[in-house]
Design a protein around this ligand. Structure first.
Ligand SMILES: Nc1ncnc2c1ncn2[C@@H]1O[C@H](COP(=O)(O)OP(=O)(O)OP(=O)(O)O)[C@@H](O)[C@H]1O
Ligand SMILES: Nc1ncnc2c1ncn2[C@@H]1O[C@H](COP(=O)(O)OP(=O)(O)OP(=O)(O)O)[C@@H](O)[C@H]1O
Ligand SMILES: [Mg+2]
Ligand SMILES: [Mg+2]
Lengths: 165, 156, 156, 165
């Protein structure tokens, strides 16, 4: 299972115009100037995977995840969808594609969808965990955190090994 | 219970050694801090760069830590079905040599798993199967599929 | 007591605004989180990059944080006699544009205070008054005074 | 007051041969490959200024600050001297140059010297504080810590302002 498509609308620096990023199974590189929105794409992925901590999405409060800019003012919601290629059937869902969607309203409430139908966060997390996909997995290394991984203390590293045992 | 843990530790250590050697030519392994208390003991990451003494990964340089951490992450994932990696500027503290070796390895790995890398460096961008440029106008981000020449104009 | 604090806060905020504007062209300032409790209130760092909304410095990008932090450090030192700065790879997350603006400012500042910068980037090394190359042989470091051409051979 | 000279012997990656780094009042850049010893020079400065935490010198224990390598084995001591240009008299010591030296034996004991004469750590710290020089000053930004400075919480930032008020 890999990510085929990321759709972002109104999430942090992305505005009201829907942005679609198509991805292949190989090496995709995202580049561009400082402050452009590269790490926001990484935040968007974690958000769609069910991340609950605003801090780990680099925001003070959840409401700061909704787009605000001089050009568009403050939007009323943020929405991110992730479409997985599921031809290897590692996700226990019918079909070759599985799409998870999360929508955040300015009330701070999140709604989740699975292939377009409303679902609970737990349903989504359970399905994703079948392929060991989680918002805080070690396979997602956020900016500035790589050096800290080599500085992990010996108890933390033990827990990491226990997790996958 | 203990057996599964020890087997997993062994396997991750082997993978860690393999990936670390791929990038640096040196040796690396995991070991129990207190071998006589396997049920409770912490686990240490030991790295031995060519020509240097073996040390804990927390005592080496910034670039060396980046390399050790990357080797560990690749080593862990080998044991789980998670099929994708996302690395956001893991090359920030790497010199030209290690950046080139890193991208070599990631390119190789990308034959088996999806790898998404955020980087400011051309030497990484030029190896991409797909390259995206992200930039901002009036405080709103947009993204464009691009080639390396085009990126030069984006970043200025 | 409170007066000295408020005066110092005002002065640092002004310096912060100046240095931030030098590097980015945008605006920055410090403000009391709870203005009605000046004796206890925390202090926030606010940055407004060109064309963007004003935000707390902890909500901006990695490169933008590096720039904000550097502007703050320069702003603080203006008020104390400490005459030297040591910056170890503060440019790690900066793109070409911000790296060039940063080194411009450091070069300017180095007329009044000593600045020691560790960097892997040529664009910084080429502005040095004195350039040193540090490398290792058999696990022992040595240092050599060098010029940019020579560094190319050192790093390989 | 600025640093005119750094002398390092047996400290971390620097071996038994004494290394002297001459510095000017302007912009000095230190470059070179990963793992060469650049940040060790920064550690050496903090060490000579009286840093007490091994962790903030990136070592597990103090004994790890003494050089050990295949070529030279394990040395018995580490020594770093810093010579300041004191023509502006910001350091309350006679003379245009002031040299502070710290020597660490493999027992873990440190000895300090001021202009070649034995001194206590407190003497040295008091003299340096006249020019606001301290081992953990914000004017020394260690590798990987710059982003964290922008993420300082509001109480930490208040304390920083109070310190210099
Ligand atoms: N709610 C929001 N609305 C609009 N913009 C936002 C919002 N939250 C954060 N931003 C802005 O998004 C911008 C992009 O941040 P991001 O971290 O993605 O940049 P980046 O491309 O990773 O840059 P760098 O190369 O410096 O790491 C920042 O300038 C930040 O201020
Ligand atoms: N006691 C010691 N004896 C010998 N070498 C040591 C000692 N302690 C640490 N080292 C080694 O010193 C080397 C240099 O580290 P340093 O952090 O100074 O490198 P650097 O030039 O800053 O590299 P980078 O560009 O990756 O940040 C490391 O490889 C580390 O393992
Ligand atoms: Mg980023
Ligand atoms: Mg370093």
């Amino acid at each position: 299972v890999y990510i085929k498509r990321i759709t972002i609308q109104g999430f942090k620096s992305f505005g009201s115009k829907r942005v679609v990023i198509k991805l292949g199974p190989g090496l995709t590189v995202i580049t561009g100037p400082n402050g452009g929105g590269k790490s926001t794409v990484v935040d968007a992925i974690k958000f769609a995977l069910g991340e609950l901590s605003a801090h780990s999405l680099r925001a003070g409060r959840f409401s700061e995840l909704i787009h605000e800019s001089p050009a568009e003012g403050r939007l009323s919601s943020a929405k991110v969808s992730l479409t997985f290629n599921n031809t290897d059937k590692s996700l226990p869902v019918d079909g070759d594609e599985v799409t998870v969607t999360r929508k955040l309203a300015n009330t701070g409430e999140s709604e989740y969808m699975l292939n377009g139908k409303q679902a609970s966060r737990n349903d989504i997390l359970t399905i994703l965990s079948a392929a060991n996909i989680k918002p805080d997995g070690l396979n997602i290394v956020t900016q500035g955190s790589v050096i800290g991984i080599a500085e992990m203390n010996s108890n933390e590293l033990r827990r990491v090994i226990e997790d996958i045992a | 219970e203990l057996n599964t843990f020890m087997k997993t530790l062994e396997k991750v250590s082997e993978n860690f050694r393999f990936f670390f050697h791929q990038i640096t030519g040196g040796e690396a392994w995991l070991r129990l801090e207190k071998p006589d208390e396997p049920l409770k003991s912490g686990v240490e990451m030991i790295v031995k760069f060519i020509g240097k003494t073996a040390r804990s990964s927390s005592a080496v340089s910034g670039g060396e830590k980046s390399v050790a951490a990357t080797a560990l992450i690749l080593a862990l994932q080998g044991l789980t079905p998670a099929e994708f990696y996302i690395f956001d500027e893991i090359d920030a503290h790497l010199d030209i040599n290690y950046t080139a070796r890193l991208v070599e390895l990631l390119k190789e790995m990308s034959k088996h798993r999806q790898i998404i890398v955020v980087s400011l460096k051309d030497v990484i961008a030029e190896r991409a199967d797909m390259l995206y440029g992200v930039y901002m106008r009036n405080g709103v981000s947009s993204i464009v599929k691009t080639s390396l020449e085009e990126v030069e104009t984006l970043v200025g």
